[in-house]
Design a protein around this ligand. Structure first.
Ligand code: CAA
Length: 258
């Protein structure tokens, strides 16, 4: 049982909902600690294939909790930021995919939480931004690192230096989100993506995530070898034989997760 998030599993999807709507789901230490626990549950539960992260009410997450941060001293703040990194790395480097269903404000730590997920589906009402310089600080939960990797250095610098809030259409244009849908279709669209992933060879999905995540920061030669090794390892699974046989026999594959 959690205090600040909701966790529910249905049809192989774990739903993680940040649940502090009165504070626009601001991330305090409790939320971050509970997210670490929830991410570990996703990883450990054989009945979960994909997680969807969303926010209760009108915000996805409006940032790290400013009331908790205001009086922090340097080392306390550093520990708080490290806790944020621990939580978001538990999602980014989780062996299973996480989808961000961005229902509203995704600002500061909220934009950073969405970026730690594997991809982002946004409601037309979503708003993104890294407004930390308005508060006298810089992003601390990965914004200076994940944002340039997703949208390029120039756009990341523009967003971080100006603190401009952008709408979902602009987030789509710059590649920060992968799809934008009307608010009432958001969860159905996220579930559609989750179900598509669930319909694929389970080990192949996990291997694809690891190949992308760990190869991303390698030099191209090492990354090519890393991919070849991972792709080759797929041939040790029963699902590779099944997938290719099913294709040749013109029938749907029946995955064994072996
Ligand atoms: N921390 C704590 N409380 C927050 C919050 C936050 N990040 N964001 C909103 N809230 C609270 C407000 O204080 C308010 O509380 P009360 O009702 O008790 O006054 C409540 O949520 C509703 O917010 P508003 O009244 O401000 O709602 P609005 O519709 O007028 O504005 C908003 C919405 C534009 C999102 C505005 O709330 C806002 O600008 N929030 C802060 C955004 C921000 O600066 N985020 C970055 C935080 S720093 C960070 O995240 C650092 C990092 O990288 C880790």
């Amino acid at each position: 049982m959690y205090e600040t998030i909701l966790y529910e599993v249905k049809d192989q999807i774990a739903y993680i909902t940040i649940n502090r709507p009165k504070a626009l789901n601001a991330l305090n230490s409790t939320v971050l600690t509970e997210l670490i626990d929830a991410a570990a549950k996703v990883e450990a539960d054989p009945d979960v294939r994909v997680a969807i992260v969303t926010g209760e009410g009108r915000a996805f997450v409006a940032g790290a909790d400013i009331s908790q941060m205001r009086d922090m001293e340097t080392m306390e703040a550093k520990d708080f930021m490290a806790l944020g990194h621990k939580a978001f790395n538990a999602i980014d480097f989780n062996k299973k995919p996480f989808i961000a269903a961005v229902n509203g404000f995704a600002l500061g730590g909220g934009c950073e939480l969405s970026m730690a997920c594997d991809f982002r589906i946004a409601s037309e009402k979503a708003k993104f931004g890294q407004p930390e310089v308005n508060l006298g600080i810089i992003p601390g939960f990965g914004g200076t690192q994940r944002l340039p990797r997703l949208v390029g250095k120039g756009m990341a610098k523009y967003m971080i230096y100006t603190a401009e809030m952008i709408d979902a259409a602009e987030a789509l244009r710059i590649g920060l989100v992968q799809k934008v849908v009307p608010a009432e279709e958001l969860m159905a669209e996220a579930e559609k993506a989750a179900k598509l992933i669930i319909s694929k060879a389970p080990i192949a999905i996990l291997t694809a995530k690891a190949a992308i995540n760990y190869g991303y920061d390698m030099d191209m030669h090492s990354a090519s070898e890393w991919e070849a090794l991972n792709s080759g390892a797929g041939f040790s699974t029963e699902d590779q034989k099944e997938g290719m046989t099913a294709f040749l026999e013109k029938r749907p594959a029946v995955w064994k997760n072996k």
